[in-house]
Ligand binder design. Structure first.
Ligand code: SAM
Length: 295
């Protein structure tokens, strides 16, 4: 009898995946953790019943959550990742000539089991000489930071359980304090269809601390419900106005092998569908459109 896993992140919509094998199932001090081998997507990490990442489609989210902020910054050297225990975000960051990447993950077991069952996702990310792993609450970690970060990426679970603190004005205020003046924040802000208030609520909160706040969209098969939203925040950079030739030059310089990200998608992912754009304050609408004049 085939086994199935059913995700119930959304109250009235379920995603069900056919399972070949349950590789791990257990409880950590923070959440339930399962790693299952699925027919369609390969090994899949599930936390508190929510699909986090899969071997087959992880590249979409991990490439866009890293290369959009890093290629939007002239010279990113110090990067902070909060969450990200599967290692995919750090793997992509390390393709850039950064000096160091802090990975602050509250749950050590996520890293332990990701290393064991998701080696195609983390690859050597945790062992790289530039990676500094801290097992603690990201909200606490940033309160003792003094040296500025150029990029902060919040790759957390949804706003429940241990991640709740990572979706608040107080948290954004402390992020702002540890970012350098040209610093950039990027975070996941949920499904635009099934969690429509999440991206908008985070937009409003970020606008209290940053001049440039830009939602952008990606399509991830296992983040069901159409466009999935990420949000970019900075004081100095409007990412949708960056010159395409400059993005191509930065991308070309690293000779990156990507499967989703490219300079054209970097620009176009900020062009929002009307059901999102119409919710932005009027003065922001044009600013979120791609400007024609080179930046
Ligand atoms: N890519 C996934 C997504 O978009 O939903 C997230 C992947 S990653 C596995 C999410 C991680 O955030 C989990 O490992 C979880 O333990 C971690 N996390 C949740 N709250 C945290 C906190 N307050 N501080 C640090 N890490 C946290």
């Amino acid at each position: 009898m085939p086994k199935w896993f059913s995700e119930t992140l959304h109250p009235s919509v379920r995603q069900t995946l056919k399972i070949k094998e349950v590789l791990h199932s257990g409880k950590t001090p923070f959440q339930k953790i399962q790693i299952v081998d699925t027919e369609q997507f390969g090994n899949t990490l599930i936390l508190d019943g929510v699909v986090q990442t899969t071997e087959k489609d992880e590249f979409i989210y991990h490439e866009m959550m890293t290369h959009v902020p890093l290629f939007s910054h002239a010279n990113p050297k110090r990067v902070l990742v909060i969450g990200g225990g599967d290692g995919g975000i750090v793997r992509e960051i390390l393709k850039h000539p950064v000096d160091e990447v802090y990975l602050v993950e509250i749950d050590e077991q996520v890293m332990t089991f990701s290393k064991k069952y998701l080696p195609t996702i983390c690859k050597g990310a945790f062992q790289d000489a530039r990676t500094r792993v801290r097992v603690e609450d990201g909200a606490k970690f940033i309160t003792n930071q003094t040296d500025p970060f150029d990029i902060v990426i919040i790759d957390s679970t949804d706003p429940m359980g241990p991640a709740k603190v990572l979706f608040s004005k107080k948290f954004y205020q402390s992020i702002k304090r540890i970012l350098s003046p040209e610093g950039i924040l990027a975070r996941q802000t949920g499904s635009t269809m099934f969690q429509p208030n999440e991206w908008m609520e985070n937009y409003r909160q970020l606008k209290e601390f940053f001049l440039e706040v830009h939602p952008f969209v990606i399509a991830v098969p296992t983040y069901i419900g159409g466009f999935f939203s990420l949000t970019f925040a900075s004081d100095k950079t409007n990412p949708s106005a960056l010159d395409l030739e400059m993005l191509k030059a930065r991308y070309g310089e690293l000779r990156l092998k990507t499967r989703y990200y490219n300079p054209e998608i970097h620009q176009s992912c900020f062009r929002l569908p009307e059901y999102m754009k119409s919710r932005l304050p009027v003065e922001e609408m044009d600013r979120n459109a791609v400007s024609s004049t080179p930046h």
